[in-house]
Design a protein around this ligand. Structure first.
Ligand SMILES: [Zn+2]
Ligand SMILES: [Zn+2]
Length: 240
């Protein structure tokens, strides 16, 4: 093990980490420099349930209008960043340009946020699955890539096959909430028991929450004791 650690350590000396946004030397062992880290739009004022960004003057623990009207199926969503041009670029490089090294940085940012917000640790991390056709086209599931780092960091198991996406849904962008929900109906299937398990569903971006809601419904119906949602970013406007 000692040797392995050294092998891991040497590249860090020879090739110091560089900021993925500007190329300057990274800080705190991350691929992000101090300046770019400071500019990242952290989700400082989230709804205490669904993580919807609220105005800066909203007191801690405020719940948004949507959650006050109807509590979501999941217990709580933690989303580290607001979705803007910068976070959108980092995520889409990981998702569409095969820049898998971005998963480590995004997972690190989410992990820090979870620690700062004292998120209760689940027993299992479940990355939102891709349909097999999408997975074949892309070659990897970006949520699973982020999950690998988080699982290692927190010492938690990660499941990529407990659940499958059996319905290939068209791109959900720009669709009304009702249409999104309709498209997602029966989109997932459980392959193994989740009874009595506290699960964190993991996704790169949460927009209206339709996908994680549909999955959380299935998990809760199947006996999961608690379902949280972990996301790298949350879109500022809920279109629900
Ligand atoms: Zn930078
Ligand atoms: Zn809310």
């Amino acid at each position: 093990m000692q040797v392995y650690n050294w092998i891991k350590f040497i590249p860090d000396i020879l090739y110091p980490r560089r900021c993925l946004l500007c190329g300057a030397p990274g800080s705190q062992g991350r691929e992000l420099c101090t300046g770019c880290a400071k500019d990242l739009p952290l989700n400082h004022h989230p709804c205490a349930i669904c993580a919807l960004p609220l105005p800066a003057n909203a007191p801690l623990g405020t719940i948004c209008g949507g959650c006050s009207r109807q509590k979501p199926v999941f217990e709580r969503c933690y989303a580290a960043l607001l979705y803007d041009d910068t976070t959108g670029m980092l995520i889409s490089r990981l998702k569409f340009n095969r820049r898998l090294n971005h998963a480590g940085l995004l997972a690190g940012l989410l992990g820090e946020y979870l620690e700062q917000h004292q998120a209760p640790l689940p027993e299992l991390i479940l990355p939102v699955p891709l349909h097999s056709r999408r997975l074949r086209e892309r070659g990897y599931n970006q949520a699973l890539e982020i999950g690998r780092h988080l699982g290692r960091h927190f010492g938690l198991p990660l499941s990529s096959d407990r659940c499958s996406r059996i319905k290939s849904t068209p791109a959900q962008t720009g669709l009304e909430r009702k249409q999104r929900q309709k498209n997602l109906r029966q989109a997932f299937r459980l392959n193994d028991s989740v009874r009595g398990t506290h699960i964190a569903l993991l996704d790169d971006v949460v927009t209206t929450g339709s996908t994680v809601t549909e999955l959380a419904k299935l998990l809760k119906r199947s006996g999961a004791s608690r379902v949280d949602v972990w996301a790298v970013a949350r879109t500022p406007e809920d279109r629900d």
